[in-house]
Design a protein around this ligand. Structure first.
Ligand code: ADA
Length: 565
């Protein structure tokens, strides 16, 4: 399944399949990799992770992946990587063209023309932790840092004046009024570009004028159905210039935040769902399409309409499915609990801004993405974090004024940047990481929910919608206990029942993304004491998607809310 954009006039292909593979070891010196002399002794799938399966389970080091593709001699190409990790260097015909560490981000690599038809693509992947080389992903995070090419790789042969993306923004969903922003993959000083734009079989000639970040125009497309969670209508739009043709998919919908509410096309919505890691014991973060769809079927069965893509940019295939099924998604750039070391690193700052911009560019046209986030549980209570928080708000808003921006804060009472966010989002675990002697301190949950609202009132934030972006309790699949103690399925069921009853009956909360959808692998180092099995066990389904007792309780509350409307 090839995600958008499509380039029907080009030789544009997906390179997924079986690639040549070799592991260079745990001590490989990245400065002296001998690409031409490397012997490829094995095979690996792309997408795929080398450290989820034998013989390299759990290993950290450097691996080489190799395949080949054709380009017409004399023609340049562009590779599109939809997500990999942790660090990579991309070589074509032995020449290094790109090096970077943007785990889970989609990015492109320009391939220069050559007189050869068959081109050899080699990708070095390294999954060792090293803050200087990979500042965006560290081992203290509560999710496993895998090594591999997580998502699809595509190659496009470029025409003379190649296009890159056609971004569609809804101005008025009922009237079908949209604006277009065309980004090109070539340098141009032209003041306008003339193109044929086709939507649902209707063709118009449009003159796009040079703007700050591409070429823009407005169009009205009467009669097109708007996108909404209950009726997720999607439309293809094609733009053709003399040399290239690009097809994108979009939905007509507007998301706004007003008077403490989130609204889709002017209608208030309550966001009910889960934080979800892209995680599976066998596949790591490289989920087969079937699993992506099954996850959405499970979430739909439970009455969810909302997914927080924790804690990194999402697989575009997953977002395609969310577009089609009417889910609302919070997408965020990678981040987890960063403190002073990260905030004082200029490299971290720069890469954080870059990956956040990539995310917005890559996912711009997905109607399912209804808000952007960043820096999960970063140091939003510290002044030293201000420059980066401000830069990230600015980076997103410069690029996209059509979606609210938020971040998950773990400092509800001391946060310094809520005033800049469109939605106040809180991660807390009352009744789980509980203080004191009480054995089942469930009463902490409603008491804390009250306190967050009081904080919002006291700080003049009452007009902003408030979301519980994380709250939850752990349970081992199959562990039933007469005491209904911590880690039992009963305690988790009672906890999530109480929490979802609160959220679905209170008007002062715009939603919840429960922590979390499925159990997910983390580290079995010192973490294992709080993360038995080396898993974060707060899933409502376990890592194989088997439902725990909480499943039916959450489902009853979410569906009950949906029925009442
Ligand atoms: C944090 C974090 C999650 C997870 C959670 C937990 O809120 O954002 O990734 O680690 O805590 O399970 O404690």
């Amino acid at each position: 399944m090839k995600t958008y954009p499509h380039f029907p006039k080009r030789n544009d292909r997906c390179l997924d399949g079986i690639w040549d593979f070799t592991f260079l070891g745990e001590d490989c010196d990245l400065n002296t990799i001998d690409i031409k002399g490397a012997g490829f002794t094995g095979k690996a799938t792309v997408p795929g992770c080398f450290d989820t399966v034998l013989p390299l389970t759990g290993k950290r080091g450097t691996a080489l992946y190799r395949t080949s593709f054709d380009l017409t001699p004399g023609k340049a190409g562009e590779l599109r990587f939809r997500g990999l990790g942790l660090w990579c260097r991309v070589y074509v015909d032995g020449e290094a063209l790109f090096e970077g560490a943007y785990p889970y981000s989609g990015f492109t690599v320009a391939v220069p023309a050559s007189d050869k038809r068959e081109r050899v693509l080699t990708v070095a992947i390294d999954n060792r932790f090293d803050f200087d080389r990979v500042p965006l992903m560290e081992q203290y995070f509560d999710f496993y840092g895998y090594g591999g090419i997580y998502r699809s790789v595509e190659i496009s042969e470029l025409p003379g004046k190649p296009l890159r993306r056609l971004e569609v923004t809804t101005i008025d969903p009922a009237a079908g009024k949209i604006s277009l922003n065309l980004r090109t993959a070539y340098e141009t000083a032209e003041s306008s570009i003339s193109a044929e734009v086709t939507v649902e079989g209707k063709k118009q000639t449009v003159a796009l004028k040079k703007g700050s970040d591409g070429y823009t125009a407005e169009m009205t497309l009467p009669g097109l159905s708007p996108w909404s969670p209950s009726s997720p209508a999607l439309h293809e739009i094609s733009l053709e210039t003399a040399e290239d043709l690009i097809t994108e998919r979009f939905g007509l919908r507007k998301i706004t935040t007003e008077q403490g509410q989130v609204k889709i096309n002017g209608e208030p919505v309550k966001l009910l769902g889960y934080c979800r890691h892209e995680s599976h014991p066998q596949y790591g973060p490289c989920l087969p399409l079937q699993q992506l769809l099954q996850d959405l079927h499970i979430l739909r069965d439970m009455g969810c309409n909302f997914i927080r893509g924790s804690h990194y940019p999402q697989d575009p295939r997953f977002l395609d499915l969310c577009d089609e099924m009417g889910f609302m998604v919070w997408e965020e750039s990678i981040g987890w609990g960063q403190r002073e070391k990260s905030f004082s690193s200029s490299k971290f700052h720069e890469q954080q801004v870059h990956q956040t911009r990539l995310m917005v560019e890559n996912s711009y046209n997905h109607p399912s993405v209804v808000m952007w986030g960043f820096l999960n549980e970063g140091a939003s209570n510290e002044e030293y974090a201000r420059p980066l928080y401000e830069d990230l708000f600015k980076t997103i808003r410069e690029k996209d004024k059509s979606r609210p921006v938020t971040y998950a804060s773990m400092f509800p009472f001391d946060d310094l940047f809520f005033d800049q966010a469109d939605i106040v989002s809180i991660n807390q675990y009352p009744g789980w990481y509980a203080q004191g002697e009480s054995t089942r301190p469930l009463e902490e949950v409603p008491a804390e929910l009250d306190k967050y609202r009081e904080m919002a009132k006291a700080k003049g934030l009452a007009d902003k919608p408030m979301i519980i972006s994380e709250m939850g309790a752990g349970a081992f699949y199959g562990w039933r206990d007469p005491h209904h103690a911590h880690w039992s399925e009963e305690y988790q069921a009672d906890y999530l029942d109480q929490l979802t009853r609160e959220i679905t009956t209170r008007e002062d909360y715009s939603g919840v993304s429960l922590w979390q959808f499925c159990d997910s692998r983390t580290y079995d180092n010192k973490y294992a004491l709080g993360r038995p099995r080396g898993f974060n066990n707060k899933g409502t389904v376990d890592e194989y998607r088997r439902p725990k007792m909480a499943y039916d309780r959450v489902k009853a509350n979410f569906l009950g809310y949906a029925r009442k409307g």
